[in-house]
Design a protein around this ligand. Structure first.
Ligand code: FES
Length: 366
């Protein structure tokens, strides 16, 4: 775990291991937080890269998730340091959050490079935060693990299940047609977004959280655990523990984000009926690790894959239902059983993707 004789020296030792004027600076200023001297002696320093923002409601619960990651890092003997990066929220940001994705990726990459970090946990949720953080971390290529914030609970309005985006469009048309009142419209707004988390249809945020899992960049079940389910916090804590081990193993993004991993992600994207925005983001992430992914690959690997889930906007259910039905591990297992998955692709927990999903069970095949 630490920089023993057979281990690569900790990167952070170039800051905290110095016994000179600069070492005094680096340690002394952090000691104002109450960290004792032994905190700086061989503990992997883990950055918790946080996209919390009140301007990004989908990520507004991330302070809580960050605390669970912090406890996990401490459990494993690491030294957690949380830091903010740009947070891109789809709903209020003009003209479009996509305009800033690459800027956010630069923010993440440079923040990681500039600081005494040995590994990073990436907290991401609303659409563009996931590719931005993955792109930045991939370029920095320090051990990194993705933790998604999780989807909201199902939207409910007067006994009807309503989904983000899908029912906003239909109800705004109903309002224009005089079929519902403005008071009913306002009531539905509150019913749709009734919990923390990102959009709970298979929109871009849920798709990209699924890509994190399919690529092996997040722990199993990362895609679908609702934001308010305690198991989302369990996952965050386990990620905090695991990143400390990953530093010891020097398990970097370039070892996870391989060509087979992207081919798995393309097939998973087809199997979940995911957002076409994922094409743009996966291509950008691949380029950061030197994988020559092309548009033709999406046709070549996705063409033969049937859609296996029944989620809005094209289907009937929502991410909460997907989680209760077994979530992405069931989809990945089904792909493997149809010879549509590279089973040996390595994931952040040190196991192959097949080892992660072989025991998955579907609890709702309707
Ligand atoms: Fe943030 Fe939909 S607005 S995920």
């Amino acid at each position: 775990m630490t920089d023993g004789p057979d281990k690569k020296p900790l990167r952070s030792a170039a800051w905290f291991g110095r016994q000179d004027k600069m070492g005094f600076y680096y340690r002394s200023f952090l000691k104002n937080r109450g960290f004792p001297q032994d905190q700086f002696e061989g503990r992997p320093v883990i950055g918790i890269c946080n996209t919390w923002s009140e301007l990004n409601p989908c990520n507004s619960h991330f302070r809580t998730i960050a605390e669970h990651v912090r406890w996990g890092v401490l459990d494993a003997g690491g030294f957690p340091l949380e830091f903010p990066v740009s947070s891109l929220g789809e709903v209020t940001m003009r003209p479009t959050a996509m305009l800033y994705r690459n800027l956010a990726a630069m923010d993440v990459e440079e923040a990681i490079r500039a600081h005494p970090l040995d590994g990073v946990v990436l907290l991401m949720g609303c659409d563009k935060t996931t590719p931005a953080l993955m792109m930045g971390a991939a370029s920095a290529d320090l051990p990194a693990i993705g933790v998604s914030g999780g989807p909201q609970l199902r939207g409910v309005y007067r006994g009807q299940i309503i989904g983000s985006g899908t029912n906003i469009i239909s109800m705004s048309e109903q309002l224009r047609a005089g079929e519902i009142t403005i008071d009913e419209f306002h009531e539905a707004e509150a019913g749709m977004n009734r919990s923390s988390g990102h959009c709970m249809t298979m929109g871009t945020a849920s798709t990209m959280a699924s890509m994190v899992e399919a690529l092996g960049f997040g722990l199993p079940e990362n895609a679908a655990i609702p934001a308010t389910d305690a198991r989302r916090n369990h996952l965050a804590r386990m990620a905090g523990r695991r990143i400390v081990e990953m530093v010891g193993e020097d398990l970097t993004p370039s070892k996870i984000l391989t060509r087979p991993a992207f081919e798995n992600a393309i097939r998973a994207l087809a199997a979940i009926g995911g957002s076409t925005n994922a094409v743009v983001h996966l291509l950008a992430i691949a380029r950061r690790v030197g994988v020559d992914l092309t548009l033709d690959d999406f046709d070549r690997f996705g063409r033969a894959v049937h859609c296996l889930v029944d989620l809005m906007p094209s289907g009937r259910f929502l991410m909460e239902d997907f989680y209760y039905a077994g979530g992405l591990p069931v989809v990945l297992k089904t792909l493997a059983e149809r010879d549509l998955l590279h089973r040996d692709a390595l994931t952040v927990n040190g196991r192959s993707i097949w080892e992660n999903v072989a025991g998955a069970t579907c609890w709702n095949a309707r």
